[in-house]
Design a protein around this ligand. Sequence first.
Ligand SMILES: Nc1ncnc2c1ncn2[C@@H]1O[C@H](COP(=O)(O)OP(=O)(O)OP(=O)(O)O)[C@@H](O)[C@H]1O
Ligand SMILES: [Mn+2]
Length: 543
Amino acid sequence: MKLKERLVLGLSVSAVLFTLLLVVDLQMDLGMSGHHLVPSHGRVRYGHQQQDAPGSAYNSFRRKFLQRNNNASREYNSGTQQSPQEHSEATHGVVHPAARHQYTVHGQGGHVVPTHEVDFEALPTHAPHDDFADLLDFMLNNKDLDRGGFVRLESGDELPKIHRTAGGGLADDSGNPTIADMLGVKPRHNATTLEKFQYGISKHELYSKDDPLVERLLHDMATQKILHVSQKDGGTQIKLVIDYPHGVQALFKPMRFPRDQQTLPNHFYFTDYERHTAEIAAFHLDRLLGFRRAMPVTGRTLNMTTELYQLADGELLKTFFVSPSSNLCFHGKCSYYCDTGHAICGSPDTLEGSFAAFLPPKEMATRKVWRHPWRRSYHKRKKAQWEMDSDYCSLVKDIPPYDSGRRLLDLMDMAVFDFLMGNMDRHHYETFRVFGNDTFPVHLDHGRGFGQPFHDEMSILAPILQCCMIRHNTLSTLLRFHNGPKPLSELMRESMTKDPVAPVLWEPHHVALDRRVKIILEAVRDCVSKTSAQEAVVHDDFS
Ligand SMILES: Nc1ncnc2c1ncn2[C@@H]1O[C@H](COP(=O)(O)OP(=O)(O)OP(=O)(O)O)[C@@H](O)[C@H]1O
Ligand SMILES: [Mn+2]
C-alpha cells in the first residue's frame, strides 16, 4: 500500500472509531454511566433555535402559574391564617390559597390539623367550569396528524389485549406477549395467584384491564398467614420482605405517621420520610390512569408481636424494643432513618403498612435499570441539567431509547402520574429485559408521593412542558377526569374504599388531585398554543 492510501485508511478508521465513541458515550449517559451529557453548568445551543423554543413553555407556564396563584392568594388571604407550606412557595411551585385558610400548625415539624370542619370542595372558584373544549376539538381534529417521528399505528386507541384462555392459560394474539410467552412456558395449574400474575405480565402492561387476578392478589396479601419477615437490602428506608405460604412474597413498608402528616417543611424530596399510604394510593392512581404499570399494593394492619417480632430473623430481631410509653418498636438497618430516634412503633403493638406484590424473581424476568433523564440533582444546592436548559428535550429526543417507540411518551405519562401525587423522587426506572426497549417502564417506589396536598410542584411537569408532548390516550383520560362524569377524587375514593386501611388518603390529597388534573390540562393548552399542533399531542396506541 502506498503511504497516501495508508494515511487515508488510517484517517477513516479513526473517524469511525471516534464516532462510535461519541455514540456510546451519549447512550451511556442515559443508561447507567453517571456522566452528564454536558457539564451541568453548561448550556446546549442549537444552530437554528427559534425565538420560542418548545422547552420555553416550561418557564413561561411556571411563571404564569405562580403569578396567578399569588394574586389569588392575596385576594383570598386577607385576615386568615397562613399555612406552614407558604415557605415552600419558592421558584418551583405554588401553594393553594385554601391551605392558608383552613389549617393551623400543631405540634413540631409542621404537623397540621384542621381547625374546624372544612368543606374542601368549597374552594374560592369564581370562574365557571372550563371544559377545555379547545383541547377536545384539537384532539379530534388532529387524530391523524404526523406523530413527530413516532411509529404510526393505525388500529385505533386501544392496545390489543392479551387474554386468558378458558383453561387459564395465556394467549398472545396481539403483539403483546407475556413473560410466559417469551419463556415458552405455561404456569402450573396449581401455581399461586402471584405466580400467575407474574407470568401474565406483558410487554405493554403489568396486568390487563379487568384482570381478576389483581383483586385476588390484593385479597391474598391482605389476609394470608405471614410465615416469615426479613429486611430487604438496598434503598434508603426500611422495607421488609414478607413471606406467605407457597413461596409468595410481598414488599412491606410500615406506617410512620398519621395520614395528615405532611412532608416536613425543611426536608428535601430526598430526605422525606416514606408513606405507606402513598404506595397504596399510587397503585390505584396508576390503574385509574389506565397505565397499569404499578404492582398491586394493599394496606394491612399487623399484630407486631405475632406477625413481625415472632417471625423476624437475626439482624432485624435485634432492633426490636419497647418504647417508654410501652409501644413495641423496631428500626432495622438502612442508610437513613434506621436508628432508635427514627424507630417504627406500634400502638401498642398494632401496625399498619403497605404490601406490594413482589416483582418476578430473577429466574423469571430480570430488569434493566435506567436513569431518568429528568432526574433531580439529589443535592441540596445543585441543579440538574434540565433545570437550566430549556431546550433539554431536544437533546433527550435524539438519544435511544427516547428517539423512537413508546419510551418518551411513557416518561410523559410518568410525569402526569408523579405530578398528580407530588412525587419528586423519580431518579431511576426499570423495564423488563425480556421485552427489549419497546416496553413500559415499571412504576416503582411511590413512598414519597402524597406529601404536600397544598403545594403543586410544577417542576414535575418539566418533561411535558419542555417536550410539549403528551400521549393522546392520557390526555383524553385527564379530560374525562376533569369533565366527568366522575372527578378523579371520587374515582380514587371509590377505588380505595375496599382497602383494609381505608380511608387511605387524607381528604386534602383528593382535592389536590382534581386541582392538579386541571393544571396539567392548562399546561397542555399552553403548549398547544405555542407549538405546532403535530408535536403537542402524540398519538400512539398505548393507553
Ligand atoms: N414490589 C416489589 N417487589 C420486588 N422488589 C421490589 C418491589 N418494589 C421495589 N423493589 C426493589 O427494591 C428496590 C427498592 O425499592 P424502593 O425503591 O421502593 O425502596 P426505597 O427505599 O424507596 O429505595 P430508594 O431509597 O433507593 O429510592 C427497587 O429498586 C426495586 O428493585
Ligand atoms: Mn425511594
